[in-house]
Structures are given as C-alpha cells and as structure tokens.
Design a protein around this ligand. Structure first.
Ligand code: NOJ
Length: 618
C-alpha cells in the first residue's frame, strides 16, 4: 500500500482500513455522515490543511498517530479485490452454534457457599443442552487472587479453589462433550496477576530471565510515560526497593506481559497447547488486540487521551506486531488442534476487524467489537435511553460490508456491561417485549449468537442501593475518583448506571441467592426461557437463518425489516424498534408467521418483532 503523508487527502486516509474506522468513529461522535468525507470538498483537503483547521479540536498528534498506524498496516482486506471474495460463507460448527457465556462465580452454586462453582455448572448442563446451546464459554476459572475476579491469573494450570478442583474441571469437560456440546475457555494473556510466579521472580531478581517478561522501567523520579490504567490512575506501579516501575493497563495487580519477548510467546503457547491437549475446544481471548505495544512505550497524545479518556491507547490497541503474534498462536496452537478463537478487541472497527478475522489470513475466527453497546457520544456510565435505530444501522453496516470471508459475533451482554434491556427501556412494562425483540434479532441475523447467562431468564439491571453492595474493582476505583468531583449520592448514581456488577449477581436459581436482600432478587421468567428455546430451535432447523443472505427491506425510523434467504427458504423479520404501536409495513401475503401465530395483525405492538416464513407449495 502506498505510504500516506501530510500531503495525502482526507479521502485517501478514509479509504484505508484504519483511517476508515478511526475517522468513522470521530464522525459518529460528531453525528456526521460518511458523505461528509466521500461526497464533498472536505474529502479533498490535504492532511496538512486539516491539521491546521482542527488544531484546537483534534490536535496534530491525532493525525500523526493516525498516519503512523495507517502506514504501519501493509495489508488490505480481501474485499478490496472482490473477485477473490468467496460467494458464500464456508460452513463450520461455530457459525452454526449458539454460544453461552458463563461467569462461573455467579452462575450456579453447588455447595451453598454463595459462590458459583464448576460442579454447579456440570449440574446445569442438561438445562443448557435443553435450551439448545452448542458451546459454553467459561470466563476464567484459573487460580487467581481475584483482584479482578479471575482476570488476574496466578497459575494458568490450576483451578481457582472456590470453583473446585482440576478433577471437577475434567468432569465438566467430559460431560459437556458427552452431551454433544463444546467448551471454550477464557485466555487472559495480555497480563498476569502480580502473584504469578513469573512476576514474583521478575520482581525478586532483576537479573532473572523473567524480568523481561514484563515492562519494567528504571525509576527516574516519575512514571515512565503518561499511560493510564483502564481501572483508574496511572498505568505504572512503583517498586521503590527496586528503583523501578512496571506497567499494568488494568488493575494494579494485573501486570502486562511483554509479547516482544519470544520466551513469553513460547510459554503462553505451551500453556494454550496444554489446555487444547486436554480437549478444550477453543478460546475467547481477553483484550487480545492490546498484546503488541509500540517499541519504547512513547507518551500518549494529549488530545487522543482526553477524547478517549485513556492516555496511550494509540500505542497498543492495534500494535505493530499484532497480526504476527496472532498468526503465531494460530500456527503453533489453534490450527493443529482445530481450535476455535474469538478475540475480545475493544476499539477495533469493521475494516480493521476484516484484517483480523478474514479467514484467508489465519489470525482469529471472530472478534467481539463493542461499538453497538452504547450510542455515539455515550459511555456505559451515562444514564440514557438507547435508541435501537442506532443498533439497526450498526448491524446493517456490518452485515452489508463484512464479507463472506468474515463472520460476526452477535451479542448484547457480557460480564463487563449492564444489561442491554435496561439501556433500551426504563419502563419495566416494556422489559419483556424488549427482551423478546433483542432475542429475535440475535437469532435471525447473520452471525453467531453469544447468550450471556441470565439473558434467557429475562434478567435486567439490579437496583443496587449502596456502594457496599458492589464488589467490582473497576466500580470501586471509579467511585473513589468520582468522589473528588461529586457528592457521594451522585457518584453512586453514576456507578450504579454502568457497574459490571449488574451482570455478576448470582443467578436466581441459586438457593443462596434467595438470601439476597429483596431489591437484589429477581426471578427467572420462564416465558423468556421458552422463547429462547424456540428461537434457538428455529435457527438450528433452518440454515437460511444461519448461512442465508441478508437483505434490508425497510429501515425507516423505528422500523427494521429484513429478509434471510438461502434459495430454498425465505424468512422475513419485521421489528418495531419503538415504544409506540405502529402499523405493520410488511404484507405477509404468501407468508406464515412463525413462533407467534397471532402475529399477522395490521398493527405491531410496542417493540414487537415478528418472524414470517414463505409458505412452501404443499
Ligand atoms: C476484559 C475482561 O472482559 C474484563 O472483565 C477484565 O476486567 C479485563 N479484560 C482485564 O482482563
């Protein structure tokens, strides 16, 4: 790809994958359409002119960082050569699967100690099988001091004591396989716990080979750079007795591994193979796009830092060796085992995703992109009503451009976010219709649905009453930071909106959960569970809903009508995205409603979603 310079135009920048996603994000924040660049004089402005014009708003550092990232990426996505694009998606088990995420700590408690465990999960396998789940993704179950609930791993080859033993794990794996399901583990290798033996050795002996497993820097009186931690404050821990600092992008006990050290890669790949040899079927890879950091760990740009709230992010969210390291894991571990991979990749947009998940590239099978979880200009700590028109537009954009060599993950919830239903509606009367609408889209759009535990029970956000009820390290740190600017009530109000604890309360089928205060108790809504089961079955029985083409029939305000078709079957899905009833727009002549036989009337109820199937000749 030709090197871009300050004489390149905005259009040229935008035509590159990184330029597209980054400028696209800025446009979104400013609520401007793409046409602003592609169809106007502004697109022809040279970068150096733009730098002057946006000096106050974006700053030169933004454009320089962008230029650097663009020039670093030598590859182009496959769809730039359309003749090479497969006409149809390749078939694999994970495209057909419905994957269910378990957060072990709060899923099922088999021994009444108030903490979920592995035996509890094994006891629920029949429930999951009956729901129609094909694969389980387990959030971390490894030995950990639990500073970040297991995302701080002390020993990758040991099970967390509260969750049980390795025998319990082996039993879970065996039973999962016996029931015809697959098991996917969480791979947390951007960082380890500071209690991991590698870090302990690195700290106790500066000459040990483990010193270079992490980012240690000599203490010259201040932090080695201005990077900040996602959980608040500087990203550096100071070790005075060592005269040194070490880097942690997450909590103070989650120390970043130095992936440029080949020994780190070798040890991590060994560990991955150890689990794959045991028979696990793949991995969800925690913040995997952060593993390659810019050499020398330069300061983050001020303007980018204030815009994104995280100083330094441009130096690691799409680092110089990311593709190389992902390919190495794929070649040395995943491919030889036929293992599945899904990467958690915050900040990666559609075009960059193509460069990570294009099947010809051999990096990852899928990624989680998070741009759909909050509206432009909003973060999860903002109290607002999420507009599903935004979700519709996001989905259409990906469905129409992602290409048959890539495959989407479809999800609304996970252990890091409040429940989507509670963002969409603040009126409990609409919870059930919104939950059903979200489910219909999740199981009839093109991609692999990831159900988060409790989605299928109709769970919503919890009515936390005080900061003491929260246990998440992020919420606690942020609360302390907020107290510097806000009264305690206001600080708590903000935290309550976005806390990760909403999705971490023990599921309501636990006996111990009944001991929770009333305001932290919810009951599973079996009608939602039945609805999930029916939808999952429908998807399984009709390949048109998996591999079929996707076509938009209407995207007028508050409406989303689309067709899925594979030549032999044809489905139309009509969704009312608003809280007002509205006339149906699709005329179902020759079609029959599926799942809800009364769904053929002329008016759609608030948030109603209907599925129609073309009648086949008798
Ligand atoms: C992303 C995980 O999903 C989150 O729970 C965790 O806190 C961070 N990565 C750090 O591992």
């Amino acid at each position: 790809m030709k090197e871009l310079t300050q004489s390149s135009t905005l259009k040229e920048l935008y035509s590159t994958p990184i330029g597209h996603d980054t400028i696209g994000r800025v446009l979104l924040q400013l609520n401007l359409s793409e046409k602003w660049i592609t169809g106007s004089l502004i697109g022809n402005l040279k970068l150096k002119t733009l730098m002057k014009l946006t000096k106050k708003s974006l700053g030169e550092g933004f454009w320089n960082a962008l230029l650097h990232l663009i020039n670093q990426e030598k590859d182009l996505p496959l769809d730039r050569t359309p003749e090479a694009m497969p006409k149809e998606p390749k078939k694999t088990w994970w495209k057909e699967a419905v994957i269910y995420q378990i957060y072990p700590r709060s899923f099922a408690d088999s021994n009444g100690d108030g903490i979920g465990d592995l035996k509890g999960i094994t006891e629920k396998l029949d429930y999951l099988k009956d729901l129609g789940v094909n694969a389980i993704w387990l959030s971390p179950v490894y030995d950990s001091p639990n500073d970040d609930n297991g995302y701080d791993i002390r020993d990758y080859r040991k099970i967390m004591t509260e969750f049980g033993t390795m025998e319990d794990f082996d039993e879970l794996l065996k039973k999962t396989h016996e029931k015809g399901m697959r098991l996917i583990m969480d791979l947390v290798v951007n960082h380890t716990s500071d209690e991991h033996e590698w870090f302990r050795k690195a700290l106790s002996d500066p000459d040990s080979k483990y010193r270079d497993y992490y980012f240690f820097r000599e203490d010259t009186g201040k932090e080695p750079n201005n990077w900040v931690s996602f959980f608040g404050g500087t990203a550096w821990n100071r070790y005075p007795e060592q005269n040194a600092w070490a880097l942690h992008l997450f909590s103070k006990k989650q120390m970043d591994l130095n992936w440029d050290n080949p020994n780190v890669r070798e040890d991590v790949i060994d560990m991955i193979n150890w689990w794959l040899d045991k028979g696990v079927d793949g991995f969800r890879m925690d913040v995997i796009n952060y593993i390659s950091k810019e050499a020398g760990l330069p300061d983050g740009d001020e303007a980018i830092g204030s815009m994104m709230m995280f100083y330094g992010i441009e130096h690691y969210y799409y680092g110089p060796h990311l593709h190389e390291y992902l390919k190495e894991i794929q070649d040395k571990a995943f491919r030889p085992h036929g293992a599945f991979s899904v990467g958690e990749t915050p900040g990666v947009g559609r075009e960059m995703a193509k460069l990570i998940t294009g099947e010809e590239r051999g990096e990852l099978d899928m990624i989680f992109s998070f741009d759909q979880l909050d509206m432009p200009g909003r973060v999860r700590f903002d109290y607002y009503e999420y507009d599903l028109n935004y979700y519709r537009d996001y989905i259409i954009d990906w469905m129409e451009h992602y290409g048959n060599n890539c495959w989407m993950s479809l999800f609304y919830n996970n252990h890091d976010n409040p429940r989507m239903v509670s963002k969409v509606t603040k009126d409990p009367a609409f919870n059930v219709p919104v939950e059903k609408l979200l489910a219909v889209m999740q199981f009839t759009l093109k991609g692999t649905p990831f159900v988060y535990q409790g989605d299928e029970m109709g769970l919503t956000n919890y009515d936390f009453h005080s900061i003491e009820e929260l246990s998440d390290v992020e919420s606690k740190n942020r609360y302390q930071e907020l107290l510097e600017m806000h009264a305690p009530e206001e600080a708590f109000r903000i935290i309550r909106t976005g806390t990760r604890d909403h999705t971490r309360v023990l599921l309501p089928w636990n006996e111990t959960a009944k001991n929770l205060p009333d305001h932290l108790t919810q009951s599973p809504d079996e009608s939602i569970t039945d609805f999930y089961r029916d939808l999952i079955r429908l998807r399984r029985e009709h390949p048109a809903l998996i591999y079929g083409t996707f076509k938009v029939l209407s995207r007028k305000k508050n409406r989303f009508v689309y067709e899925r078709s594979d030549g032999s079957e044809n489905f139309v899905i009509e969704c009312n995205l608003s809280k007002d009833a509205r006339p149906a727009s699709f005329r179902p002549d020759g079609y029959e409603p599926v799942l809800d036989p009364k769904g053929a009337g002329p008016v759609l109820a608030p948030y109603e979603a209907r599925i129609y199937r073309k009648k086949t000749e008798a």
